[in-house]
Design a binder for this molecule. Structure first.
Ligand code: NAP
Length: 259
């Protein structure tokens, strides 16, 4: 473990027994950042992970949380992060996203690899690393941010829809495999949320990114974060299995009303 990881471990281990701890992956922007703020507002000590550590440090200082570098595509990074978290009540698998928008016939394998590594294997690594701590608290919760892309297939989106379907199936399988143990599983499948998502998808192309939300009022990150907060604040015998949330003007992945 690095000095940062050792210091984080010591800090987390010294928290009062009554302080609940949450981990939010991909907390340097968008839904992850808003979720970290929401859970901190509920009194959680939030451990935030992502690759852009400067942003995490600013966030952690604002919410009195702990920032740690995390690249969910890197096994060693995931292991070091998880080893620094001695006890845990809530894991939010949020790190993820899309790259590109092409037909199956024009699929770019590097983009597919990015999406599968980040959304699917990233979730797998974090769940495996942190599940022992979640179960040991006697009241764990895993929230996974999938997407309407985990429920539908749409043209020119197969790299993302296949990755989100796989991530969702991984998450839903855990619900069965951990039945009888003290851990809950909530999948949140959002439609359009205006974050850095489309900028990342279209490699920083502002015009393409803003066209996604043209003529529609999309959700904002906080809309989803509040749902995570709602799930985390239910009594421990209540499991919200799956929540699908879209802007009013969005009917499905492929159909929206635009003014
Ligand atoms: P965003 O603003 O682009 O945030 C994505 C976050 O994931 C960033 O904090 C990014 O941090 C992190 N991330 C990406 N690759 C990572 C890696 N290898 N290791 C660790 N963290 C990584 O987009 P968002 O909309 O908030 O997306 C959050 C989640 O919601 C994603 O899983 C996305 O698929 C899902 N979602 C989004 C929408 C939408 O319309 N926005 C709809 C449905 C579902 P770094 O770059 O600093 O590492």
């Amino acid at each position: 473990m690095s000095t940062d990881h050792t210091a984080a471990h010591e800090r987390l281990a010294a928290l009062p027994e009554s302080t609940r701890v949450a981990v939010v992956t991909g907390a340097s922007s968008g839904i992850g950042e808003a979720t970290a703020r929401e859970l901190a507002g509920q009194g959680f000590h939030v451990v935030v992970g992502a690759r852009r550590v400067d942003r995490l440090e600013t966030l952690a200082s604002e919410i009195d949380g702990t920032a740690l570098p995390l690249d969910v595509t890197d096994v060693a990074s995931c292991e070091a992060f998880c080893a620094a978290v001695p006890r845990l009540h809530v894991l939010v698998n949020n790190a993820g996203g899309a790259k590109g928008s092409t037909s199956v016939m024009d699929a770019d394998e590097d983009q597919w690899r990015w999406m599968w590594e980040t959304n699917v294997l990233g979730t797998l690594r974090m769940v495996r690393g942190l599940m022992p701590a979640l179960v040991a608290t006697g009241d764990g919760l895993v929230v996974t941010i999938t997407s309407v892309a985990a429920l539908e297939a749409y043209d020119n989106g197969s790299g993302y829809t296949s990755a989100k379907h796989a991530q969702a199936v991984l998450h839903r399988t855990l619900r069965g495999e951990f039945l009888g143990r003290p851990v809950r599983f909530t999948e949140i499948a959002p439609g359009m949320v205006e974050t850095e998502f489309s900028l990342v998808r279209f490699d920083g192309d502002d015009d393409k990114a803003s066209a996604v939300y043209r003529g529609i009022t999309p959700m904002v990150a906080r809309d989803v974060a509040e749902i995570v907060g709602f799930a985390a604040s239910r009594p421990s015998h209540v499991n919200l299995d799956q929540i699908v949330v879209k802007p009013r003007a969005q009917h499905s992945a492929m159909r929206a009303h635009r003014d």
